[in-house]
Design a protein. Structure first.
Length: 464
């Protein structure tokens, strides 16, 4: 077999392959055996029909077609290995010449990973938010914990903001009560904004037994988005009572004996969260600067597939779970379809560039992923998926997704290398030391957020 490679552009090549006919012998024999098992000819036992009879009855062309279809993947793979290219996705194959007993010639056009030159990233400088936890932040955190331990007591007075009311609702559209427009015994906290627009004003000032009517746009159900006349009846009013902020509260709501210890723990937790956010922010901004420095060609077909994957996942998974369609989503976001398409393309380009660039850096720096790093990453992915580690690991192995997880960790390590060489300062002008953070895992999360299109279909294509 002879092959040659022609570069069509930085991300696409054409392979020209010439195969001597004798190299088709194994595939021809396999074709005759396959046809033998599929057909019957009077006078011959099944599977024992001579090749010349098959040629006469069914045509030599049918045998050649079966043989070529069987052999092409092998010859294509040999040509790819000989050319030392990294194909992306499936090739477009064209048989240019097939002479029985003589030769088989074909071409295969395929997208490839572009050759990327890693830029000098040692001079990257970024600014991130300073880690500052104020007394107000601590008080707010403790107050949120206090809210969780609030109790309610029935009162005989008009409902006010913060009260918990029990209500019955009835929604009408065009004067007709909706089949799914009646709900009784709903518990609602006035001012929470968790129900319909206008309900806070309607129930405020009503005592148990009081009724009111208001107009609101329905947020779900059969008449979602339509204006409805909503009748509300308050059946009970209860006041929320918060526990006193003292040592007794600390003992009830936490493992601490005193309120001061609880506040100190809250401050430490807030500092840890802000340090994590700071590390993530540093990684995101370093990645942005790295992408600006690098020239990364994008295969057109891969970009098209990635855009379609992102759109599909948004429409059929994320929005489907929310019970809205794309048009409603764009309305909520205040975006036109053109703006949405432009943003999706921009995100897809950034994701592909990030993956290509960091994969190249993994190879350049000879970064490896050990079992401990992979296990830690798997545990985190399992937690975010809502599955147990064992369930997630089983799904990953059965789906052949282990290389994908290894790639995620490796890219995280590559980004961590760049971050370590960058100068990171906070808004106070202080140099930020990120060495105490779990850089590889947080960097892997940062990269995932940029690269992934939810189902990972585009990423799988680049692993092909």
């Amino acid at each position: 077999m002879k092959s040659a490679v022609e570069t069509l552009n930085p991300t696409r090549v054409r392979l020209t392959v010439e195969v001597p006919f004798e190299e088709l012998k194994d595939s021809l024999d396999a074709a005759y055996r396959k046809i033998n098992q599929q057909v019957t000819v009077k006078g011959f036992r099944k599977g024992k029909i001579p090749a010349r009879v098959i040629d006469q009855r069914f045509g030599r062309g049918a045998v050649l077609e079966e043989a070529v279809n069987d052999a092409l993947p092998k010859f294509y793979t040999e040509a790819v290995n000989e050319a030392e290219i990294n194909p992306l996705g499936q090739p477009e194959v064209d048989i240019t010449e097939l002479k029985d007993g003589d030769t088989l010639n074909f071409t295969a056009e395929v997208d490839i990973r572009p050759t990327i030159e890693i830029p000098d990233y040692s001079g990257i400088e970024v600014t991130v938010d300073a880690v500052e936890v104020t007394d107000e932040d601590v008080e707010k955190s403790v107050e949120q914990l206090r809210e969780r331990f609030a109790s309610t007591n029935p009162v005989e007075r008009a409902a006010a903001e913060g009260d918990v009311v029990t209500i019955d609702l009835e929604a009408k559209v065009d004067g007709e009560v909706l089949d799914d427009g009646v709900a009784n015994g709903i518990t609602y906290t006035i001012g929470s904004g968790e129900l319909l627009d206008g309900i806070d004003e309607a129930v405020t000032g009503l005592e148990a037994g009081g009724e009111a009517t208001f107009t609101s746009e329905l947020k779900g159900g059969s008449a979602e988005g339509k204006e409805a006349e909503v009748s509300v009846k308050v059946t009970a009013v209860a006041a929320r009572e918060l526990p006193e902020l003292d040592d007794d509260f600390a003992q009830m709501a936490s493992e601490f004996d005193t309120l001061d210890e609880l506040k100190a723990d809250s401050r430490q937790r807030l500092e840890n969260m802000k340090q994590y956010d700071q590390a993530t922010q540093a990684q995101e901004r370093v990645l942005e600067e790295l992408l600006k420095l690098a020239e990364v060609p994008i295969p057109e077909k891969l970009l098209e597939d990635e855009i379609n994957t992102r759109k599909h996942n948004l429409e059929h998974h994320q929005l489907g779970q929310m019970g809205i369609d794309l048009a409603k989503y764009l309305e909520i976001q205040g975006k036109s379809e053109e703006e949405f398409d432009a943003e999706t393309k921009e995100q897809a380009v950034k994701g592909i560039k990030t993956q290509f660039l960091l994969d190249e850096l993994v190879n350049k720096e000879k970064l490896n992923v050990n079992q401990e790093e992979l296990t830690e990453h798997l545990m985190r992915r399992a937690a975010s998926s809502g599955m147990s580690p064992d369930q997630f690991a089983k799904a990953v192995v059965e789906g052949g997704q282990v290389p994908m997880l290894v790639g995620e960790v490796a890219r995280g390590k590559a980004l961590a290398v760049v971050v370590e060489s960058a100068k990171v300062v906070d808004t106070n002008g202080e140099v930020v030391d990120l060495e105490d953070e779990d850089e590889t895992e947080t960097a892997a999360e940062t990269v995932e957020g940029v690269v992934e299109a939810e189902s990972g279909e585009a990423e799988e294509k680049t692993e092909a």
